[in-house]
Design a protein around this ligand. Structure first.
Ligand code: IPM
Ligand code: MG
Length: 363
């Protein structure tokens, strides 16, 4: 069999990152054993791990390796050890730099309920229903990157400044990404802004409206961000694709994630024209790092997104999702999602159960 070889940059990072990434790599290897694809994994340090080794959260060499890869798999960055470093040296800077340098403007964060875990949500089951939504977050623009920025002294006191900038082309490309994705789903786009107050968001709304004309089959509506935050709790089933800018997407995607009750389960993809990065939505969870109890499902589900978006292998992506679902339906839980009185299984046991289930899915 002639194997299609893919180069994967593997950046486990800090805290539970290495533990959950190890299980996700096993899942990738199971697919490789059963299909005509092969992975060359190049490991690299990121975040605090890189600060400890190289005094910077992301070295040029690691960035270069990511630029030359077909996809990046990232665990998590950060932890108390590095919390008090100056802003520009914090582990989180690595994420922002990777996003910018790799051109990953489209951040896809699905929030989907696993039926076995419906009771994990803090919302009533009838409100949650069958939620299946995606936050399409713009990831390389807006106030995260706008200039001027910084803290200055005006002679009397300090003044902090950040700038909310979006150009027409930046808005247009993320809008296309959202509409294209919605066409593979329920064809509903909700664009979120604050056009009633800020000029940048009026431009956002105007550009979204003009691009929507190319998608007459997709239903578009607009919400102000405060209303959207409320609607997500009031009636989350109305949403299919939520299209929004960088900072609103940061906030709303955490809110959407919590609807499912288990942020430890949610994957993400960050996509650009040349590169793609996949990572769990949860952080480095330093309090449980090294104990072998972290939930690897979000990272494994991120690998499913990799098969979907980077390798155009939707059947294999589905097989991974089915394997996760099967293991949950059998009642297995890591500590974060275990019901009271149930004995949780370890990170490795969860990984093993999913790879075994996947093996039979791929037959
Ligand atoms: C996220 C995180 C990051 C962000 C931080 C860690 C820089 O919250 O990916 O949502 O704000 O984008
Ligand atoms: Mg966030």
């Amino acid at each position: 069999m002639n194997k299609n070889v893919k180069k994967i940059a593997v950046l486990p990072g800090d805290g539970i990152g290495p533990e959950v990434v190890a299980e996700a790599l096993k899942v990738m290897n199971i697919v490789a054993q059963n299909r005509s694809i092969q992975f060359n994994f190049s490991p690299g340090l990121v975040g605090g791990a890189s600060i400890d080794a190289h005094a910077t959260p992301l070295t040029d060499a690691t960035l270069q390796m990511c630029l030359e890869s077909d996809a990046v798999l990232l665990g998590a960055v950060g932890g108390p050890k590095w919390e008090n470093l100056p802003h520009a040296q914090k582990p989180e800077r690595a994420l922002l730099k990777l996003r910018k340098e790799l051109g990953l403007f489209a951040n896809v964060r699905p929030a989907k309920i696993y039926s076995a875990l419906i009771d994990a949500s803090t919302l009533k089951p009838e409100v949650i229903g069958n939620i299946d939504l995606v936050v399409m977050r713009e990831l390389t623009g807006g106030i995260y990157f706008g200039e001027p920025r910084g803290v200055r002294d005006n002679g009397q006191e300090k003044v902090g400044i950040n700038t909310l900038v979006y150009s027409t082309s930046e808005i247009a490309r993320i809008t296309h990404a959202a509409f294209d994705l919605s066409r593979k789903r329920r064809k509903i786009v909700t664009s979120v802004d604050k056009a009633n107050v800020l000029d940048t968001y009026q431009l956002w709304r105007d550009v979204v409206n003009s691009i929507a004309k190319e998608y007459p089959d997709v239903k578009l509506s607009h919400l102000y961000v405060d209303n959207c935050a409320m609607q997500l709790i009031r009636n989350p089933q109305q949403f299919d694709v939520i299209l929004t800018e960088n900072m609103f997407g940061d906030i709303l995607s955490d809110e959407a994630a919590m609807l499912t009750g288990s942020i430890g389960m949610l994957p993400s993809a960050s996509l650009g024209p040349r590169s793609a990065m996949y990572e769990p939505v949860h952080g480095s969870a330093p309090d449980i790092a090294g104990k072998g109890i972290a939930n690897p499902i979000a990272t494994i589900a991120s690998v499913a997104m990799m098969f979907h978006y980077s390798f155009d292998m939707p059947a294999e992506a589905m097989a991974i999702e089915n394997a996760i679902e099967k293991v949950l339906n059998q009642g297995y839980r890591t500590a974060d999602i275990a019901e009271n009185g149930k004995v949780p299984i370890s990170t490795q046991e969860m990984g093993k159960l999913i790879t075994t289930a996947l093996q039979s899915e791929l037959k």
